[in-house]
Design a binder for this molecule. Sequence first.
Ligand SMILES: [Ca+2]
Ligand SMILES: [Ca+2]
Length: 260
Amino acid sequence: MQRKVPLELARIPALRELEKRHGETGVDANEIVPMDGEWKYFAEGRAPADQWAASDFDDSGWRQGPALLGFGTDNNITTELPRNGEKEGADDDSWNTFYFRHAFDYTPASEPDVDAGVLSLQITRDDGVVVYLNGERVVVDNMRDADTVAYETFAAEVISTIAVEQQIHEFDVRSNLLKPGRNVFAAEVHQNRPDSSDLHFGMRVEVKQVTAASYFSWLAAHDPASLTETLEDTQRFLPPSLAKQWGDRLEDAFRSGIRE
Ligand SMILES: [Ca+2]
Ligand SMILES: [Ca+2]
């Protein structure tokens, strides 16, 4: 009987390497934010209060709707945002930036922990975006002046044509930023120029973890002779803590050729 192995996969490259070698079957993926999730939004032609991205910010005055949120495109927008308020067409009064918040409860699927994998953020945006998790900036994508993004900052590149606008951009974020209990993603979406006619935002998030169950069941499903990696390869791409915890079990599996 093997003991239950705690999850301590802290290195993002290790998980991605495992996924590359083994496909999704070696990795447990759990959706925590759906692409059509509900978001609070602030579309007022100005920046909200300074702490708007913090998890404890009071967004009770913000409006709310399911993603995708935006205006001016054919890209499956569910929640229409006001473009430029009552000032549509007045370029010098254009609204440059729109703000979003999504709160959710997270219960780790297995003991320890949220320190054991990556968050995969899958984002569609027009034009540029900055994303925060519990107040910490985790993604800056297609923005000018990335270090000093403010309401007035423009996106770097124009996002045009349906094919480009519908692209999903995936980012790995450390999953130890996720806490058991309440969490908040926040995002600000910026236009690339004052008179841009369209804008949208949506984001799906998965927690991806390597677990003993996922890893050893993957091993069990494969003929040892078909494996291209050696025990040493496996120990090298796993993070040291996990390679150590799984040490005997890995050696048994490779030596005996008997998959559990
Ligand atoms: Ca566009
Ligand atoms: Ca735009």
